[in-house]
Design a protein around this ligand. Structure first.
Ligand code: BV8
Length: 254
């Protein structure tokens, strides 16, 4: 994608946003792509180029080869230490200040929304920096000093795993219930940087549409839910979002 000089933001969308109190942004791996975090599917440097997501981010994969799965997460955590939020994250943090009731529902586990200053963030799939034990979900604060890979839970001795939601695992019921409620009640629903193939997160997009929200998709590529949006921006989110915030701040009247 050549460097984008200017992106036209329709006046109609700005007017709707100006008059909206409840806005939701669903984000996926694409919102972190410009921070240098590899996406899950598609791109050549996709995280799973060696394995399919559904093969390695699962309890079965961990049971079969705990060391491999643990090392894969350690590699991701190491890379994350070097990355920073990008203009897209910061623009969403600004939106939280401008719009009365603005929530981010993220599928990402990288913590970059909070690092950029967003406070109302639902981490549907958990946070890669947190750990728990595999057998009993004991919360692990500091990792025990150990050469074992993965290290073992100091309480029950079972393997420690990242505290993220794997494929085939249930999401936290309170988080998905809140996400659905916010989606049903919002006036504008942004779907940003997600291929929209992972459920139940992907189901929020048609849900927003059915409940009467104005749906906005920001993604350089078409997605599985590109039939839903009222507005589509086929550009990187790090380019589009600052423009939307700038127009919002500069627009006068309702
Ligand atoms: C569950 C944490 C109940 C781990 C992740 C209904 C139908 C079909 C299948 C199912 C269904 N319900 C449940 C399932 C099964 C499964 C599922 O959805 N499978 C899919 C693959 C078919 N779901 C589950 O298992 C969920 N659990 O439903 O429990 C249950 C229980 C048992 C049996 C059945 C049901 C749990 C899902 C959570 C999995 N965990 N992550 C980790 O991170 O290691 S999911 C993983 O995928 C990440 O969280 C990631 O965020 C997420 C979604 O991917 P995307 O974010 O969309 O990323 P992707 O790379 O795909 O796309 C990036 C996009 O960005 C692209 O479109 C690209 O064009 C765009 N992009 C690139 N650059 C930019 C950009 N956009 C903007 N700007 C840019 N610069």
């Amino acid at each position: 994608m050549s460097d984008v000089e200017f992106i036209e933001i329709p006046e109609g969308l700005i007017r709707i946003l100006k008059n909206s109190k409840k806005v939701v942004a669903l984000t996926g791996a694409g919102v972190s792509a410009e921070s240098g975090v590899a996406v899950f599917r598609g791109a050549k440097d996709a995280l799973f180029s060696k394995y399919k997501p559904e093969e390695i981010a699962t309890p079965e994969a961990f049971r079969k080869n705990p060391g491999l799965v643990w090392e894969w997460y350690e590699m991701r955590r190491k890379k994350l230490k070097e990355v920073k939020p990008n203009p897209g994250h910061y623009a969403l943090a600004k939106m939280e200040k401008i719009i009365d009731d603005f929530y981010i529902i993220t599928q990402n586990v990288d913590g970059l929304h909070r690092q950029a200053g967003s406070e109302k963030v639902i981490e549907l799939h958990g946070n890669i920096m947190n750990n728990k034990c595999f057998q009993n979900n004991h919360h692990i604060g500091e990792l025990p000093l150990s050469d074992e890979v993965p290290p073992k839970c100091p309480i029950c001795g079972s393997y420690i795993r990242p505290d993220v939601v794997w494929f085939g695992e249930y999401l936290d019921p309170d988080k998905i219930a809140l996400a659905e409620k916010l989606t049903e009640q919002c006036e504008v629903f942004f779907s940003i940087g997600t291929s929209s193939v992972v459920y139940p997160a992907a189901g929020l997009i048609p849900l927003a549409k059915e409940c009467g929200a104005t749906v906005v998709e920001i993604n350089p590529e078409q997605t599985e839910k590109s039939y839903c949006p009222d507005y589509i921006f086929r550009y990187p989110s790090g380019k589009v979002l600052p423009y939307i915030v700038e127009k919002l701040l500069n627009s006068t009247g309702s």
